[in-house]
Unconditional design. Sequence first.
Length: 323
Amino acid sequence: MSARRLLLAAALLVVAPMSRADTLRLVFAGDVMLDDGPGRLIAAGGDPLAAFAPLLADADYRIANLECPVATTGTPLANKIYSFRADPRVLSRLGGRFDAVSLANNHSGDYGRDAFVETIAHLDAAGIRRFGGGRNLADAHAPLWIERKGLRVAVLGYNEFKPRAFEAGARHAGIAWSEDSQVVADIRAARKAGADLVIPFMHWGWERERQPSARQRALARRMIDAGAAAVVGGHPHVTQGAELYRGRPIVYSLGNFVFDGFDDEPAGRVGWLLRLELDKRGVVAWRTVEAQLDGDGSPAPAPGAATPCGRRGEPRVRLCRPP
């Protein structure tokens, strides 16, 4: 990343914290793919997350979608157009910036089940928690529990974009697949297990579609009706807007956060970082921060970009600019 971009990012991020001291500040990032350009940058000693380091450090807990296995084993699947696999050294950059990652996506199984299991082992060894995927079906559907500032938050991860062959089974590793009835049951089970708040993190929608589908809208509402405090999504490689339902935010797609290969698709080089401020009643305030990706797939905050935001009690989503 150029010195100019780093200086610009530093200037933009010298702002007052969004939240009060007694609320939980939770951050979600979209697709983080650490093979190819980002992987080469890390191998050369670079850091694709450097420009967002101050914003990430300002959160109490940080979550991203890990859009690749992290392994040295396995072979790429023959029937996939794009197969990713990052070297384990990338976790030296991911660790300390993100506390947990979702494995519920359509690339976690790109190099087969052995590489997926190796990914789990590397994440566990690095102290990076994971959800939405596991060593068996129960592990894959287990919530990510966040217990901070007197809150107990359960985050659930699901994928519903092919191939379904990556799905976990009772006796084999894989990801959590999005079946409506199972998602609703998991939300209710997390609430029954003592979650103050439940937040599903979905991998859904059609790639490069700028608006959510009727399917996404219907499932998002069903999740909130079942007790979700907010719904967060990704996968389409573009942002898809946000709305309120029963006063609770739905952010349909955060787009890409660390990802190269979109030089000819400007919308694929723009993503959002979502910042939630939470208390026991739910979302107090939320805002998105635009990320612009360079040729290496590294994000930097976009100065002056107006993105969706809101506060509890407001009737509609607003557009906010960086302070």
